[in-house]
Design a protein around this ligand. Structure first.
Ligand code: DQA
Length: 144
């Protein structure tokens, strides 16, 4: 099984950005946790991050017929991007939405998620562990 992990804007600044919300560990730590977990589970994983909406659309489009599942934290684009929603709908790959913080307990503008409409599951507020839970969910429900 091959899973694509996509992170949106400012996720590269983990550790530095609002540590009281996103924690003290950095982006490299997140990537290592994901690759270690994938190794343990015996699956393949690729990880991409971009601060640009179009790049996230490209990552999703390029996954077509190459990946069996997507884990995505679109970050701020969660709340604004119809383009990312449409890309997930277009490729038809089972996709799990992840947020490090519990967006349901934050500002009103974070209560909207466009991508959620195309996702098989949302995990929010479980910190970095949410990415691992998302991978587990995809293995259990879509692995062979
Ligand atoms: C986030 C929550 C978003 O509202 C925010 O814009 C982010 C990160 C999270 O992981 O908790 O950048 O997706």
């Amino acid at each position: 099984m091959k899973i694509l992990v996509i992170n949106g804007p400012n996720i590269n600044l983990l550790g530095l950005r609002e540590p009281q919300i996103y924690g003290k560990e950095d982006y490299n730590f997140l990537c290592k946790s994901i690759t270690d977990f994938a190794d343990k589970k015996g699956i393949e994983v690729e990880i991409f991050q971009s601060n640009h909406e179009g790049d996230l659309v490209d990552f999703i489009q390029n996954a077509y017929q190459k990946f069996d599942g997507i884990v995505i934290n679109p970050a701020a684009y969660t709340h604004t991007s119809v383009a990312i929603l449409d890309a997930v709908k277009a490729v038809g790959i089972p996709t799990v939405e992840v947020h490090i913080s519990d967006v349901s307990k934050r500002e009103d503008f974070r209560q909207i998620s466009f991508i959620r409409l195309a996702c098989v599951k949302t995990i929010s507020g479980h910190g970095f562990n949410g990415y691992l839970e998302a991978i587990d969910y995809l293995i259990e429900n879509y692995g062979n």
